[in-house]
Design a protein around this ligand. Sequence first.
Ligand code: TRP
Length: 363
Amino acid sequence: MKNVILTGDRPTGKLHLGHFVGSLTQRVMLQNSGKFEEIYIEIADAQATTDNADNIEKIRQNIIEVALDYLACGIDPKKSTIFLQSQIPELCELTFYYLNLVTLARLQRNPTVKQEMKQRNFEKSIPVGFLTYPVSQAADITAFNANIIPVGDDQLPMIEQTKEIVRTFNNTYGKTLVEPTAVLPENETCCRLPGLDGKAKMSKSLGNCIYLSDPPEEIKRKVMEMYTDPNHVKVSDPGSTKNNPVFIYLEAFVTDEHLKKYLPEYKNLEELKNHYEHGGLGDVKVKKFLNDVLQEILAPIRKRREEFQKDIPEVYKILYEGSKKARKVASETVNKVKTAMGINYFEDTELINYQIEKFQKNK
Ligand code: TRP
């Protein structure tokens, strides 16, 4: 079996550090490992319409931002196919048939969808398209025969739903679709990076993000204003490193080389944490260190982004070519699906011959 990766993002804003540690780094690593025959990165603009039907302009504006963030992080269009979901009508076709293999109750149980419904005040009146987007995500995945799906842990319910659809489809119509496996980031801290305010998740709607494209002054300002342990008032006070986003970020980003370069008096992160917990280490010093580390990581990304920004038509061309290639693969899957279901009437000579005979007999 071929090893095929598919993953993607809704283009509702620029990508931030949460995306970076939660999936982008992993994708680039997998891309460059050479272990995958095909890699598809989807800009899920159609999925983004399911909760932005009244604000398509936001999606229109952000497609290019997400594409630039991908390219800046090292997604290489020669190795990975970046495409626009809305340009692959075959995905709608698959969704339409998969919808019959899922119950309403099953969709209503999806924990990620439930949480998103709460955030969007959809509980009283939910758009049907939004409730069913996990089915369309199953179409995204299966259309490309993807077996490896690198995602953050909030996407696990979608992969589970996809597996169920694949099994039901294959049991009902014969083995056709490939069952996917989710791959989470190795470092657990990276699965869900908290926001700058210490809230559960870095998220654009909460306004607690550092964006990959933020200028250096902005990154510094945001880091220096970060929430820390509210009981750590004086430098001499013992502080908590748990639920302290500054330390969680250090956990996610710092390497031994960073420590050697910026804080050589500490052998490792454990020592720094111990010092903070015992008192005598101020927030400003820790935040300055975090700022140094983030500046070092983000500078080359920002520089690459600026290069790609100089040739926007080229970026659109990458998306166009990627979508064309993706469409070809998706249409092969649709053919297989329709053949398995027996709705490929015009190619079905057996059916046609049967009908011929049936009506000859009736004569
Ligand atoms: N649901 C994902 C998100 O909100 C985006 C997405 C769409 C996706 N289709 C996908 C992710 C297929 C992985 C695989 O970010």
